[in-house]
Ligand binder design. Structure first.
Ligand code: IMP
Ligand code: MG
Length: 179
């Protein structure tokens, strides 16, 4: 499918599934190398990172646990500044090597909030792993450790990413057609 209509907006193909999976292969390879002989806890940021986390996990050969948390920051296609935890963390991160699995890092507000949250819970080490990274927007001081692909400041959906909570189910990623 090259074009989709969703909730009155039109989108066109941006990253086919094969390209997404190749990005995840690359990230998994790095994590396998960096964490060889260690244990990790993957923290899936719900709901967007569900598909990314699942594909990433399948490719890891280090001992890994899985935890999840839901954050909220976006409303439709508009970025909101206020980030909070919409669920408490499912899993225990105390003393663990945590790798946050995120669908996309944009302003970095969500990750800034989550880093503070995990430090307060006593995580031993925290790394950020994101499928996509809007590098032009990100101005934070902290590092994004593992990046599948950097993209410009565009609005996309599919492969976990939503528009008004819809569109997460597409296996490819689509970009919004500007009117
Ligand atoms: P940040 O806090 O500004 O870095 O935003 C991160 C969150 O906003 C991500 O976890 C996504 O859920 C959401 N987000 C950012 N950009 C997009 C997009 O282009 N499409 C859909 N969701 C997005
Ligand atoms: Mg997200």
């Amino acid at each position: 499918m090259d074009n989709i209509e969703l909730r009155g907006k039109s989108f066109k193909l941006y990253m086919p599934n094969e390209e997404i999976l190749a990005c995840i292969d690359g990230v998994a390879e790095k994590i396998n190398r960096d964490y060889a002989g260690k244990q990790v806890m993957l923290l899936c940021v719900l709901n967007g990172a569900i598909l990314f986390t699942a594909e990433l996990m399948k490719r890891l050969n280090v001992e890994c646990e899985l935890a999840s948390i839901k954050l909220t920051s976006y409303s439709g296609t508009q970025r909101m500044n206020e980030v909070h935890a919409a669920t408490s963390l499912v899993g225990d991160v105390k003393g663990k090597n945590v790798i946050i699995c995120e669908d996309i890092v944009d302003s970095g507000n969500s990750m800034e909030f989550l880093l503070g949250y995990l430090k307060d819970l006593g995580a031993a080490d925290i790394k950020i792993c994101t499928m996509l990274f809007k590098s032009q927007i990100f101005k934070k001081a902290f590092k994004v450790d593992y990046i599948g692909k950097s993209i410009p400041n565009v609005f996309i959906l599919g492969f976990g990413l939503d528009y008004e909570e819809f569109g997460r189910n597409y296996k490819d990623i689509y970009i919004i057609n500007e009117q």
